[in-house]
Write a protein of this length. Structure first.
Length: 283
């Protein structure tokens, strides 16, 4: 299987094969999962959640490299990647339930959630608690702390642009999430993957009616190890979360784009490995 984010990507280090599996959600939607590695019996499964309209294959460097040591799994949320494209379910409530059913497949999970996926992960915590998680990694997403983003992202303007010229708007979005230039084939593959979802479904994913305090309460209330990995746009929120939630580990990627784990995979993988290694240490 050719993964969209894998086009022309160099394989500089030993890696493990990525396989495709999946499950059927409680409302009958097939959700695709990319898995790698087997892991040790005591080690947690690393579960990855992508952002808005992006495929699980964007985590390919994490799956391939971390899969040499752990069992790693990345979810294609409904309408994304290789998952089914249902007519409904593109809501925070349903997607957090999909996440709950994904996590329930594994005995002990470190959840790694990026961008919109992080908001869905925080809502999952609000609904289901943290019993199934060994740790949480939030990647470049607002968590409701001050300072608020300069403008509501993606904002009404972005939605209007989607409705006016969706293909061009999505392609611009894909290009903007990377700091380092990516192969043209990869940009086109990610654009086409994002366009699979119905337009109104993609718009309804934005939780514009949820107060910022909702995300803040979920993040501060998480009682297990938490790492917040950000670019400078969220550095202020990271400082405040660390101030108000003791033990939060903060890491700022100053030279990477929004998809920082793609721009700097070795650094991100190293940080994640160190975070997992410290899970059982006294805090």
């Amino acid at each position: 299987m050719q993964f969209p984010a894998q086009a022309q990507a160099p394989q500089a280090h030993a890696s493990t094969a990525i396989r495709s599996t999946g499950f059927t959600s409680s409302d009958g939607v097939h959700l695709n999962v990319l898995e790698a590695g087997l892991g040790e019996d005591h080690a947690p499964v690393i579960a990855f959640i992508p952002g808005w309209c992006m495929p699980a294959s964007l985590w390919q460097e994490q799956l391939a490299m971390l899969g040499t040591r752990y069992r790693a799994a990345a979810l294609d949320p409904r309408g994304q990647g290789e998952s089914d494209i249902p007519k409904s379910g593109y809501t925070l409530e349903r997607r957090s339930e999909d996440l709950h059913e994904f996590i329930a497949r594994y005995p002990r999970v470190v959840l790694v959630a990026w961008s919109l996926g992080a908001l869905e992960a925080l809502h999952y915590l609000h609904r289901h608690g943290d019993a199934a998680l060994a740790g949480l990694v939030i990647v470049d997403s607002s968590v409701g702390e001050d300072p608020a983003p300069a403008k509501s992202a993606p904002g009404l303007g972005f939605v209007e642009e989607l409705r006016r010229d969706r293909a061009r708007t999505v392609e611009s979005f894909v290009q903007a999430i990377f700091r380092r230039p990516r192969p043209r084939a990869q940009i086109e593959a990610l654009r086409d993957a994002a366009l699979r979802m119905p337009l109104e479904g993609s718009v309804s994913l934005f939780p514009t009616d949820v107060p910022r305090e909702h995300w803040r309460a979920a993040a501060r209330g998480f009682a297990k190890p938490l790492m917040y990995v950000v670019t400078p746009q969220f550095a202020g929120q990271a400082a405040n979360l660390s101030k108000h939630r003791r033990g939060t580990r903060v890491l700022v990627f100053r030279e990477a784009g929004h998809a920082l784990f793609v721009d700097e995979p070795a650094r991100f993988n190293r940080a994640l490995t160190e975070f997992i290694a410290g899970l059982d240490r006294p805090r």
